[in-house]
Design a protein around this ligand. Sequence first.
Ligand code: NAP
Length: 334
Amino acid sequence: MLQSYRKIVIDRLTGEFRSSTRIVEAPARPPGPGEVLVRNHYAGVNGIFDQNLCRNTIRYVDVVPPYDMGVEAIGEIVALGDRVENLRIGDAVAIVKLGCAYREYQTADVARLIRVREASPEILALIASGVSAMVALERIADMKSGETVAVSAAAGGLGQFVVQLARRAGNHVIALTGSDHKAALLRELGADRVVNYRTESLRDVLTREYPRGLDIAYDSVGGEIFDAFLDHLAMYGRLIVSGHTSDFDKPVEDVPHPRIYHKLYWKSASVRAFQNPAFPQYFDDAAHRILDLYYRGELRALVDPTPFVGLESAADAVEYLLAGRNAGKVVLRL
Ligand SMILES: NC(=O)c1ccc[n+]([C@@H]2O[C@H](COP(=O)([O-])OP(=O)(O)OC[C@H]3O[C@@H](n4cnc5c(N)ncnc54)[C@H](OP(=O)(O)O)[C@@H]3O)[C@@H](O)[C@H]2O)c1
């Protein structure tokens, strides 16, 4: 019987991941009724979220050390508690839950588990970021077909799925990235127009090539990209705020602009925010459909090829993401 395992906790709040966290040994707890013990194989890395936890700036979490880290994991059931039906030892399962992932094992409530075919990094990317992209596009952005959809951080963990799902629904997709390498990946994923914002002006491209404007602008970068998206919304356009990576670690900027209603009212346009924990009611259905698309070969899941192995590599993985170096989902192999 497993006696103990290792996990990452926030030990003190320094404002950055590496110095805030440490690896500790935790006693293993046998699964109780309705629970299973899972050996985590991969954890998803959410660099900005992780760093924000180390600042205690996630508004729906109060971080009191020691605080368990990691949001999504995929692994294999190694022990069953009483009254567990339809699951067996060896089954692959995924879970999205605060504190469940940067650890070698977890005792999990079966109601929180998603049974999957294999415990691979691609399935983890789909269950975490793919589901978010699908829910945000369908439920928040009211995505239709024949629309023009722009997405920032398009080659990132979540952006890659926004690109593909919007394209699959019959939309024209403008994908933003900051590197030529990622630009090539985005073309492979089907993006119609790729904009490397370091070598061409997003505003110029939108003015010149998209005078009708954007029906959906999906933004997780913020700053100047958000401003350009807002100024280029089409009639009935929807600007989705899914993060603000470019300024998450800076003091809030006071931007002298006309009030936002001057930009929205005459177009009946809107700005809508998407935070995935606010929409759990849509997750199961989206997980089912996104896996189905993947297994039918209609969706790809890009996982960044840089290997991060073991809990000791978590800080490297977080810093890699914060530096914007990733192409696809960053995962930690446990
Ligand atoms: N809405 C939600 O529910 C939800 C859930 C999880 C995460 N998030 C948010 O979504 C955003 C993306 O998170 P993620 O961890 O999945 O990352 P990611 O999208 O996989 O990667 C971040 C990408 O953002 C781009 N980027 C642009 N400006 C950047 C900057 N100043 N610094 C670093 N990267 C920059 C980089 O790509 P390019 O070089 O190609 O621009 C980078 O690869 C974060 O803001 C996070 O807080 C939201």
